[in-house]
Ligand binder design. Sequence first.
Ligand SMILES: Nc1ncnc2c1ncn2[C@@H]1O[C@H](COP(=O)(O)OP(=O)(O)OP(=O)(O)O)[C@@H](O)[C@H]1O
Length: 271
Amino acid sequence: MGGKHLSEICLEISDVTVEFGGLQALQRVSAKVRPGTVLGIVGPNGAGKTTLFNVVSGVVRPTRGAVRLDGVDVTGLPPHLRARHGLSRTFQNLALNDEMTALENVLMGTQRRVPVSIGRLTWDVLTRKSAARETRARQDALRVMSTLGLLDDRDRLISELPFGTRRRVDMARALAGDPRTLLLDEPFSGLGDRERPLMSQIIHEIRKEGTVGMVLVEHDMTVVTELCDELLVLNEGVVLATGDPRSVLAEPAVQEAYLGPQLKRRRKVSA
Ligand SMILES: Nc1ncnc2c1ncn2[C@@H]1O[C@H](COP(=O)(O)OP(=O)(O)OP(=O)(O)O)[C@@H](O)[C@H]1O
């Protein structure tokens, strides 16, 4: 990103409120993410986690408040234009084309920086300049795939790959866009015991590199405590607590928000 001024904060959510009809799904939520850190968004069902994720990715437009990527206000921008400001995301249900190879899917992720043609069909109409871009995109895609242990799978169709490998391909696709801010939507969901440590390690490595800020929505509190620098706990659209994971999860209000519904159910059953 040569020469461009990059703000210390890659993602800033300022005073965001979202109303769906009469329901306030988010009320005055603020957060900042720095490169090399992971912000975890947690909270019980219906707390507003997905809505906040959707506000950052541009799927939901906030009623009030703003989203900034590298200091640029992107609140009015549709999702596909946010990639130009360094935003990339993974999907809980994966965003892969099953009929394409792993490499072709990862190449799709490089399109943020250069308009890449990925099909054999369009190869013959490419100019020499775009052929050079294609070569660079392939190199970038293969480099990311190598880091994620996917080189041996590069020419296999997504439909032939086990779920855990597909999840890593989705991660490689998101990373191939060279993001500054990466949204991770339940990246451990559906992974087996052998695949989970690998995903943890990948997130650790990205964090250690120090150039990408991550936002993680995840239900597994062990993962959240282990991977996140900071937690933002939502409950019924309101920020209940923020801070380092262990102290935040120990707060009585947070415990009540999580255990409250269970305790209420138990009281009902025993009444
Ligand atoms: N498009 C929508 N229209 C109306 N209400 C919505 C919409 N999307 C979400 N909501 C409501 O907003 C609130 C927050 O929902 P959200 O999906 O963000 O919660 P969540 O924390 O992601 O929950 P879960 O953990 O169950 O996925 C809920 O009451 C939900 O019913």
